[in-house]
Design a protein around this ligand. Structure first.
Ligand code: MN
Length: 260
C-alpha cells in the first residue's frame, strides 16, 4: 500500500510527523505538504500563480518528502499528477491540530485535501484531534493506521472520503467509534470592528457552539468522548450513502483497545 500524506498545518507540523512515523510501519509513505500553515483554505487550488515544489529533508528518515508553495489541495493534485511515480492507494490529510466539525468541513484545508483525493478516485481520510494542553497525536496516528488497513482490506467503498475527528485523550479513555453526519450549526461567526490607527477594519472570529443537540452529529460524538467518522462527498452528489458495515465501529474500537 502506498499512502500520500498531506495537511494544512504545514510540512513541519508535529501532527503530520507523528502520522507519518506510524503509517511507515504499515505502508510506503510519501509526504507532499504545504511549506507553511494555511488555515481555512478549504478545497482551494492555485489557478492564478505558479506552484513550486521542493524535495526536502525527509520528515521521518526514509520517507520521500516535498514542501509545496501552495494549498493542501494543490499538494494532492501535484503529488498524484507529477511528484509520485507509483500508484497511490490512499490519501491521508492531518493530523490536524484542532477538530474539523460541522460546517468546518466546508472550510477546512485538512478536509479540502482529502476531498481532492476522493475526487481523483482514491479513498481519502482527513484526521483531526481536539485541542488541549498535551495533544495525543500518537493515539490518533494509531487510529489512522487502523483505518488505513481497513481501506487496504477493501472493507470500505473504493473512493470513500472520511472526515475523522478524535477527542484529545489517550486510547484507553475513548468511549467508542461513531459514524456521524456533520452538525448543521456548529459555529457562529462574529465580525469585530477594529481600528489599525489609520483605518477601520474587520476581524472574523469563529466560535464553536458548545452543545450539540443532534445525537447523530460529529459534534455530539466528540462531546461524548467518541471518535467521529463522517463520510463525505455522498449527499452532495445525491447518491445513497456508501454502505458501511455495522460491525466496523465495534471492530475498530476493539482493535484500538488492543494497542494499549
Ligand atoms: Mn490546520
Amino acid at each position: 500500500m502506498k499512502i500520500l500524506v498531506t495537511n494544512d498545518d504545514g510540512i513541519f507540523a508535529d501532527g503530520l510527523r507523528t502520522l507519518v512515523k506510524e503509517l511507515k510501519n504499515i505502508a510506503q509513505v510519501v509526504v507532499v505538504a504545504p511549506d507553511r500553515e494555511l488555515a481555512a483554505i478549504g478545497t482551494a487550488i492555485s489557478l492564478y500563480q505558479p506552484v513550486r515544489a521542493k524535495k526536502v529533508t525527509p520528515v521521518i528518515a526514509g520517507v520521500e518528502s516535498y514542501a509545496v508553495e501552495g494549498t493542501p489541495a494543490d499538494c494532492v493534485i501535484l503529488a498524484l499528477d507529477k511528484l509520485v511515480k507509483d500508484k497511490v492507494d490512499l490519501v491521508i490529510s492531518g493530523i490536524n491540530r484542532g477538530t474539523n466539525l460541522g460546517d468546518d468541513v466546508l472550510m477546512s484545508g485538512t478536509v479540502g485535501a482529502a476531498l481532492h483525493g476522493s475526487l481523483h478516485g482514491l479513498p481519502a481520510l482527513a484526521i483531526s484531534v481536539a485541542l488541549g494542553d498535551n495533544l495525543y497525536f500518537d493515539d490518533a496516528a494509531k487510529f489512522a493506521a487502523l483505518l488505513a488497513r481497513k481501506i487496504d482490506a477493501q472493507v470500505l467503498p473504493a473512493n470513500i472520503c472520511l472526515n475523522v475527528n478524535l477527542p484529545n485523550m489517550p486510547i484507553g479513555e475513548i468511549k467508542g467509534v461513531k459514524i456521524t453526519c456533520p452538525a448543521t450549526k456548529s459555529h457562529t461567526d462574529i465580525v469585530e470592528e477594529r481600528y489599525d490607527g489609520k483605518r477601520q477594519y474587520y476581524w472574523f472570529v469563529r466560535q464553536r457552539i458548545n452543545k450539540a443537540e443532534d445525537e447523530k452529529t460529529d459534534s455530539w460524538a466528540l462531546e461524548q468522548g467518541n471518535i467521529s467518522i463522517t463520510p463525505l462527498l455522498t449527499s452532495e452528489v445525491n447518491r445513497p450513502s456508501p454502505p458501511i458495515p455495522d460491525s466496523l465501529c465495534s471492530d475498530l474500537f476493539y482493535e484500538l483497545q488492543q494497542l494499549i
